[in-house]
Design a protein around this ligand. Structure first.
Ligand code: ZN
Length: 592
């Protein structure tokens, strides 16, 4: 695939070079980390999609001007009249924790969002809006699983997307649209270019249920929408330029990348509205908050500042455009996030990545399991693996084969068959538990894991069962375990683990789930994460710091009490989570 502009070519060369350098075994660890951070952030920023191999997205973006019609007939019709309504805008704030967003709104430094909401009246109520307290993400509190849940209104075990990484045992396909342990970017590219998420989502999306004109800016869940807009090529060229200048790491460069991405996507969105008219539903994704938080030494404060400085401006631009078109009084505005962040130590000793001595990769290898290489694909000679690990930051999934089908080295396992409960699953569970307790034979693995979840394997045609917790002797139902060992820091753990594991696609979360020691109640130095990259913050756990997300409904000039009533009605009898967005939008537009 060939890039169409000079900026694209330069960026490709730079990142290719960085990728090649990563393979240099003599490279100092600190340099390697910086290179990797650059690559991952760049990828996550959606710009260097051509980094390693696949330039399809960039090429298409360059050639289409960053716009992909998903359902062409609607777009090519006449412009939608501005007085058609009601409309909804959903602002998707990647990685914005509830306390951080509220702090930004109350600070007086986020004037556009604050003005929309009006005066705060207490308990989440504002003059023109309602910010529901205690709203939870699904588990894992990681990007792709959460946005899939938000835009289908269903949890992972129902919708089929369990995380940033997962393993499809039936097809032996490793998915990594947001790479956590792998470094290849093909799935990231496919996520934006080829609807990778939509291809595996088993529940209808909000756009499909809505059956109205819907535009999606940047978000990876867009199946069934009318128009998908992405950053324009000038952003790509501009970013390539900053790479050339050698500003590869450090706060100013990260800030520039995050800001450029968020604000440039707004430009593209406004252009689409100008050309095609206003949609009934506009989804606006801001990836920059998350990128910037991960990489900032004082992550939670940095996040508040970033929201004040950039997110608020982006929100203001969109609201102003609606205002100019006379559409704002009839447009409900929703703010939601996929997860928050928990501060971590940006050092290799807290990292449990594939090559780290204390990681579950090492523990399972030491216990005699042939563990699959952390890679999107493996060579023929590496296909004899008996265990697969996929990571979500603070959580990791372990998939096991029935090792009686592949005892000899070089023999491929039968992954259609479930593993044996005692000889495979519990063997691995006990090895992980023992290692975590005693640090033998690997001292670095001691005390890195908080909880080990496992379950009896289901046959290929059966629904997956609920996860239980290993207490050192046996698997105990989560609710019963928590009665004996209360964990107020882990929000609604029992129900959220059932959302992840129990249901038609619950098997996609593996046979064992590991929760790293990552509670915000313990010192930051004692927190660990399953990832290749060190960061100043991570997410993926059940801790409130990761899991408490904003869910705000507002209407310019509307009544906050009315907003509260609408939110309460759609969440009646259910735990209020980010999944409420789908029924909320359907109710607002009158499609339920
Ligand atoms: Zn995220």
């Amino acid at each position: 695939m060939r890039l169409h502009d000079e900026g694209g070519g330069r960026a490709k060369n730079i990142v290719d070079q960085a990728s090649r350098e990563m393979c240099d075994i003599n490279m100092p660890e600190s340099t390697r980390q910086r290179r990797l951070t650059l690559i991952v952030l760049t990828l996550a920023a959606g710009i260097a999609l051509c980094v390693v191999q696949d330039c399809a997205f960039v090429a298409k973006t360059v050639s289409t001007g960053g716009e992909q019609p998903i359902r062409v007939p609607v777009v090519t019709k006449a412009k939608a009249p501005p007085n058609e309504g009601p409309r909804v805008i959903v602002f998707c704030l990647d990685g914005a924790g509830y306390p951080q967003l509220m702090q930004a709104i109350r600070s007086g430094n986020a004037p556009h969002i604050a003005a929309l909401l009006g005066k705060e009246q207490g308990n989440g109520l504002f003059e023109h809006g309602y910010s529901a307290p205690g709203v939870l993400s699904v588990l894992p509190s990681s990007t792709v699983a959460d946005w899939s849940a938000v835009f289908t209104g269903t949890p992972p075990a129902q919708n089929g997307w369990p995380g940033d990484e997962w393993f499809d045992r039936a097809h032996q396909r490793f998915y990594a649209p947001v790479p956590i342990t792998v470094t290849e970017t093909d799935d990231f590219s496919a996520m934006l270019n080829d609807d990778l998420i939509g291809s595996q989502l088993k529940a209808p999306t909000l756009y499909e249920k809505l059956k109205r004109r819907s535009y999606v800016s940047m978000l990876m869940v867009y199946r069934g929408s009318t128009l998908f807009t992405t950053v324009p090529p000038t952003t790509f060229a501009g970013f390539a330029g900053s790479l050339v200048e050698g500003k590869l790491a450090g706060e100013p460069a990260l800030e520039a990348i995050s800001k450029t991405l968020d604000l440039a996507s707004i430009g593209k969105l406004l252009q689409a509205i100008d050309e095609h008219g206003l949609p009934r539903l506009q989804v606006v994704y801001f990836p920059g908050i998350d990128l910037f938080t991960h990489a900032s030494p004082d992550p939670l404060h940095a996040q508040v500042n970033y929201i004040e400085k950039y997110t608020d401006a982006g929100v203001g631009e969109v609201l102003d455009a609606y205002r100019r078109l006379g559409a704002l009084p009839n447009t409900y505005v929703i703010f939601v996030a996929d997860h928050g962040h928990t501060p971590t130590v940006d050092e290799a000793r807290n990292r449990l990545g594939p090559d780290d001595p204390g990681s579950p990769f090492a523990t399972l290898k030491a216990a005699g399991f042939r563990v699959r290489k952390a890679s999107l694909t493996v060579s023929k000679s590496e296909e004899d693996f008996q265990a697969v690990i996929a990571s979500q930051g603070f959580m990791a999934y372990v998939y096991l084969a029935d090792r009686s089908t592949c005892e000899a080295t070089g023999k491929k396992c039968d992954w259609i068959r479930p593993p044996r409960f005692h000889a495979d699953v519990m063997r691995a569970v006990r090895a992980l538990y023992k290692e975590n307790q005693a640090g033998q034979p690997i001292p670095q693995a001691k005390g890195t894991i908080d909880l080990i979840f496992a379950r009896e394997p289901a046959e290929a045609d059966e629904e997956a069962k609920a996860f239980k917790i290993f207490d050192g002797r046996r698997l105990v139902p989560i609710r019963r375990y928590l009665r004996r060992h209360p964990r107020p820091d882990l929000a609604d753990l029992d129900e959220r683990m059932r959302w992840l594991g129990e249901g038609p696609y619950g098997g996609r979360a593996g046979d064992i789930v590991l929760l790293a020691k990552a509670s915000s109640a313990i010192p930051v130095e004692d927190r660990y994460y399953f990832a290749t990259t060190t960061h100043y913050s991570w997410h993926g756990s059940a801790d409130m710091s990761d899991s408490n997300v904003p869910l705000i409904l507002a209407l310019e000039g509307g009544s906050g009490a009315a907003m509260q009533q609408i939110v309460n009605e759609v969440s009646e009898d259910v735990t209020l989570s980010e999944m409420a967005v789908t029924p909320l939008v359907l109710a607002l537009i009158g499609r339920n």
